[in-house]
Structures are given as C-alpha cells and as structure tokens.
Design a protein. Structure first.
Length: 177
C-alpha cells in the first residue's frame, strides 16, 4: 500500500514540474509585435479612461458616459487616426506602443465615415486583456467588443452614430508617420 502512495505522489510531482517547465518556455517565447520596418507603432494618449466625454450640438453642451478606455491618435497617410487602447488607465500625454486587433467602421450623424483602431498595449504591465488578434477580441473577449461598440454608437445620442462593421487590423497595414 505504501508503494502505491509513494508512486502516486511521485507521478503528481513529475506532472507539476513538467507543467511548470512548459509554462516557463511558453512565456519566455512571446515576442513583441513589430511593424515590417522593425518599429512598434505608438500613440500619444489624448483622453484617459474615466475622462468626461462632451460635445456641443446646437450651441448646447452635452455630456455622455466617460471614456471606457484610453484614446489616442497617430498620423496615418496624412490623416489623424483615432485609436482606442484597451488597457489600464494611462495619463494624458504619454506615448504608448500598441498592437492593433480590430478596426471599427462607423458613420457619424454628419455622414462622415470614420474608422477607429482598437488596440492593446505592447507593455504587458498595462494590459487588461490578452487579445493579440481579431478572433480573440471578437470571440474570447466579446464583452470588451460590446463595451466599445455601445460606447461609440451612443456617444452622440440616439442615432448620432451608426456602426457599419468590424474588421481585422493588421500591424503591417499601418503607415505610421
């Protein structure tokens, strides 16, 4: 009987050691995402999560729900590209390297089409989700996708913004200037 107990405990210890080694190897092999030029795309935070969102319509100031996540921008093809960064709160003015995961297409009430890049930070200490691609974001992290979609579709009031769709965002498609 004691032989069986010793053998059973030894097998469990061996499994734990093997699991530990595999976990260490997998975490050590993660590589930061870079553009084809070898650089990280970066944004400057313009609005931190929790900051008030307001807009003026017919000379009246309207307030909406605060920003759910950090928002920043960068210049792409001579135009400002808005990025919603799903992360811990980051103070305004800070530059953050990011990994794009999705692109939200929307039409504002004025008829202007707009694309918002949805991203996560490259810095593991700032991450609150671990989605590295479109599938992870839209399936595994569905609730975060819903938060982003609801916030953008309602920030200018009912029917102020119309969501046109979601698409994958590829880091090599970014022409960061």
């Amino acid at each position: 009987m004691t032989r069986f107990i010793l053998r059973f405990k030894f097998q469990n210890i061996g499994q734990y050691i093997a699991l530990f080694v595999i976990t260490c190897l997998l975490t050590a092999c993660t590589e930061k995402v870079r553009t084809s030029s070898g650089e990280f795309p970066s944004i400057k935070i313009t609005n931190s999560s929790g900051d008030d969102f307001s807009y003026t319509l017919d000379s009246v100031l309207h307030y909406f729900s605060p920003y759910p996540f950090n928002v920043g921008s960068f210049i792409q093809d001579d135009q400002q590209q808005e990025v919603m960064l799903i992360s811990k709160r980051i103070e305004k003015g800070i530059d953050v390297d990011f990994i794009p995961v999705a692109r939200l297409s929307l039409s504002e009430q004025s008829g202007v089409m707009k694309n918002v890049l949805i991203a996560i930070p490259n810095d593991d200490q700032l991450k609150i989700i671990d989605s590295r691609d479109f599938y992870d974001f839209t399936v595994a992290q569905f609730s975060f996708k819903q938060i982003v979609e609801y916030w953008y579709s309602n920030r200018y009031g009912l029917q102020g913004t119309s969501i046109k769709g979601w698409s994958p965002a590829d880091i090599d498609d970014l022409n960061v200037q």
